[in-house]
Ligand binder design. Structure first.
Ligand code: SAH
Ligand code: SF4
Ligand code: F3S
Length: 452
């Protein structure tokens, strides 16, 4: 049985697909990258914006041609959009065989077997906490950077930001057991993984029992988890995404500052720089308190880069609100950011409000922020020229096979010449000769065509 898996959405979905691929291969299936070869097609979907849903629905609809060629073909939709609209999709798309919600992913092989034996449409959409342990196992089958590994440390979200569908499609926030996570990290290290990425909707709330308020200043169960993982010899770098800003307690900041394996790049979702908009988004900080957290991190850690998520065109966002966002982004100095145009999600609170910022204005605000971002990113890269930076080797550069690339702890991409014995996962020191828009260059490289 050959299985084709296509993944949309965030890294949580990528990690889920990885775990499912592991489960399938253990049960004897073979994975294929070709749609035409597949006996089973699985679409792991996202609902966060309308565009994400439309893309996946378009693709699934188009797969009808393969079903005509091979009536035995099994096609399933899983993940967030399946949770959101599974039954509706099964009703509308006649060639779709099953829908598995986010709490039922671990039942994939069982469902496929059932359909193989008796053709029928199946929808499994109930919430279940079993998925938490079942999805903790590991296989790196599709990972193009096998020296890195993702670990899901929490599932779900309790925050209910007013624009967001995630709490409705991923269920309540639950944390995995510390010992399970540490065992998984050890297993990855034994398999050659050197960098782990800890995943959750709010990783920094790890171990807080779903509480939406941060722990006291001198506590951080997430920080303790970071320390445990840092004790594993083979693991040289630890990344995490995404932490909710208010969970950066003094304790967590101290732990990050004193543990060099924890990477010097913080993805700190900001969403808006206007207090009025932040309040209607149900984000529990102000522009000033956000900046205070950023400054605490800068003061404690020294060199650190920040990236973020921002939404433009939220209902009621005026020019003044937007200027607050632009200014706060400049003040923090983000050199990387994901900027999203607001998309109303039925079920989320803000869908009840008028989507009153015209599409052209959303686009214009998006472009303004992107331009600022590019300027800051170039300046940040230029500030590295003349220094020697520690880089974790990723492997052959995707743009130029003669060159290799890697990343700094601050998440900057560096291109350099291969040296004998070099292998992915090594930590090397690279003197930076030159900076491009998104890439730094080691010595002896000419030409400007190798930006990553
Ligand atoms: N849990 C993560 C984010 C998950 S969704 C966090 O809180 O950081 C990823 C990003 O999508 C969000 O940070 C937000 O910027 C964006 N997003 C979520 N819902 C959206 C919507 N309805 N319209 C536009 N962007 C949205
Ligand atoms: Fe969505 Fe907010 Fe939860 Fe992030 S914290 S997943 S933006 S509800
Ligand atoms: Fe999308 Fe689900 Fe992630 S809605 S952003 S795939 S948690």
């Amino acid at each position: 049985m050959k299985v084709f898996i296509k993944t949309y959405g965030c890294q949580m979905n990528v990690r889920d697909s990885e775990a499912l691929a592991g489960m399938l291969t253990r049960s004897g299936a073979e994975l294929t990258a070709s749609e035409a070869d597949a006996d089973v097609m699985i679409f792991n979907t996202c609902s966060v914006r309308d565009q994400a849903e439309r893309k996946a629905i378009g693709k699934i609809t188009f797969m009808k041609k393969y079903k005509k060629l091979n009536p035995e073909l099994i096609i399933g939709v899983i993940g967030c959009m399946a949770q959101n609209r599974g039954q509706e999709l099964l009703d509308k798309i006649s060639h779709l065989d099953f829908a598995l919600g986010t709490g039922q992913l671990h039942r994939l092989t069982e469902v496929v077997e059932k359909i193989r034996r008796h053709r029928q449409q199946i929808a499994l959409l109930e919430d279940s906490s079993e998925v938490l342990d079942a999805m903790g196992m590991h296989s790196n089958w599709q990972n193009s950077r096998p020296h890195t590994g993702m670990i899901a440390i929490t599932r779900g979200c309790n925050r209910f930001c007013s624009y967001c569908i995630v709490p409705y499609v991923r269920g309540r926030e639950i944390s995995r057991k510390l010992s399970d996570i540490v065992d998984e990290a050890k297993m990855l290290a034994e398999q050659g993984v050197r960098e782990v990425m800890l995943l959750g909707q709010n990783v920094a709330a790890y171990g807080c029992n779903g509480n939406i308020n941060p722990p006291p200043a001198n506590e951080s169960p997430f920080g303790e988890l970071l320390q445990e993982i840092a004790r594993i010899d083979g693991i040289k770098r630890i990344r995490y995404t995404s932490p909710y800003p208010t969970f950066f307690t003094d304790k967590l900041i101290d732990i990050i500052a004193s543990e060099p394996k924890i990477c010097r790049n913080v993805h700190l979702p900001m969403q808006s720089g206007s207090d009025r908009i932040l309040r209607s988004m149900n984000r529990q900080y102000t522009a000033a308190s956000y900046l205070e957290i950023v400054n605490k991190l800068k003061n404690a850690i020294g060199e650190v880069t920040f990236s973020t998520d921002v939404i433009v065109g939220f209902p009621g966002e005026t020019d003044e609100d937007f200027i607050c966002t632009k200014n706060l982004m400049n003040e923090v100095g983000f050199d990387h950011a994901f900027i999203f145009k607001y998309s109303p999600r039925s079920g989320a609170k803000s869908a009840e409000w008028i989507d009153d910022v015209p599409q052209e204005v959303k686009e214009e605000r998006n472009q303004i922020l992107l331009k600022d971002l590019e300027r800051r990113s170039i300046a940040g890269n230029l500030s590295c020229v003349g220094r020697t930076l520690e880089v974790m080797v990723d492997g052959v550069s995707p743009r130029n096979p003669e060159r290799w690339s890697g990343r700094t702890s601050t998440a900057r991409t560096v291109v350099f010449k291969y040296a004998d014995g070099m292998k992915p996962g090594d930590l090397i020191n690279v003197p930076i000769d030159r900076a491009g828009r998104v890439t730094l260059f080691g010595p002896g490289l000419v030409g400007a065509d190798e930006e990553l």
